[in-house]
Design a protein around this ligand. Sequence first.
Ligand SMILES: *Cc1c(COP(=O)(O)O)cnc(C)c1O
Length: 487
Amino acid sequence: MHNGNQPLIFELSKEGRIGYSLPELDVPEVELSELIPEEYLRKEPAELPEVSELDIMRHYTALSRRNHGVDSGFYPLGSCTMKYNPKINEEVARFSGFANIHPLQDESTVQGAMELMYELQTALKEITGMDEVTLQPAAGAHGEWTALMMIRAYHEANGEGHRNKVIVPDSAHGTNPASAAVAGFEIVTVKSDENGLVDLEDLRRVVGNDTAALMLTNPNTLGLFEEHIVEIAEIVHSVGGKVYYDGANLNAVMSKARPGDMGFDCVHLNLHKTFTGPHGGGGPGSGPVGVKKDLIPFLPKPVLVKKEDGTFHFDYDRPQSIGRVKPFYGNFGINVRAYAYIRSMGPEGLKLVTEYAVLNANYMMRRLAPYYDLPYDRHCKHEFVLSGRRQKKLGVRTLDIAKRLLDFGYHPPTIYFPLIVEEGMMIEPTETESKETLDAFCDALIQIAKEAEENPSIVQEAPHTTVVSRLDETLAARRPVLRYQKQ
Ligand SMILES: *Cc1c(COP(=O)(O)O)cnc(C)c1O
């Protein structure tokens, strides 16, 4: 079976070919059966590909070129912040003092690493306006869940364990209702109004004595800033609920506005988005959570503290803690990258990040608005959402437009999200792209809009230039073939 025109590593195999050279054995050889009970030993040798080192290099390099990454092209995936990951971060993360330590080492031998974590927590507290931060959660969704578990513990400690409802706007990122459900809450949806913002009347209607929390992304997934944010927080607080800020894409407000000042009680950040941790390939992420004073006793333990003598220490004596949410202390390598980024940017640099992220999104939105429907025609923040409903009338769906973009060498935007926009296309350029790149991408989308009118089949049948043509996505999801089978 061929994967495009690239043979599988098994098909490259030639009996007896090897990709390594080892020195002569200088210790006595041991029979495997002396180490492993007979019944567990293979009867037949494992069928492994036999290839040279060069074959392996070429094979995997060729496969890697078929991936799209931030380092290979523009990647405007909305609500994902696919921005450039500065290479200095990688260099710093590889310093032996960071890369070659073990989490079970004695605290006295890893004070520098602990200091870095402490300093990162301090920076994130300042950026979010929160009183304390935990670095334990391994991803955004994990941070959401961690915060909700703290909110649950807080209500229980106040004799209000009956609060079992979490309010989520209909424009929310899918992880919000999912995390609330996993944390054992019932989800109540609050509607968006005609401006794409939380409908205050509907919010007043759904809050009550059973409200545990409201989860809100601000700016929301339409890229719009919630203008009534202070009032929203007051409505939820007035019934005793907590207000949670989904800060995955903080690019939109960083160094300009702080969740803590908007009235939020807790927030999660995605270090693998805003703070330039790489998030390709499902690699480790980091979703720190910041909390206001009320929630500090419930933070996951151990809590990193600085002692009076200036040394750092993990405090396990936290009787109200929700416990550990991750083995050891979080994804330290991502913490190092985020810290390197924050320190190399400085406060003024982080402000510019926000300004460029917002400027780039508004620039693209205005260039594209004549060609695609813009359902919420308002000043946007770091991202914006177009609708392909005009093209749909011509028989061209948003999925077709996304596939056609592949022919131009671009990763498509997020599509069919948020759910409240028909044929939605959610575009987040990020601050790291040049005007030339933004223009070239707009030109491609404008050309596709023209093709949809003049020659729809070229869009409907795209992509034309990729290794494989359009896949049957349902079949690929339902009946994936994950294992090589010799024909
Ligand atoms: C990416 C994202 C998340 C989830 O983050 P993960 O690290 O993928 O779990 C949550 N909310 C919003 C708004 C996001 O953009």
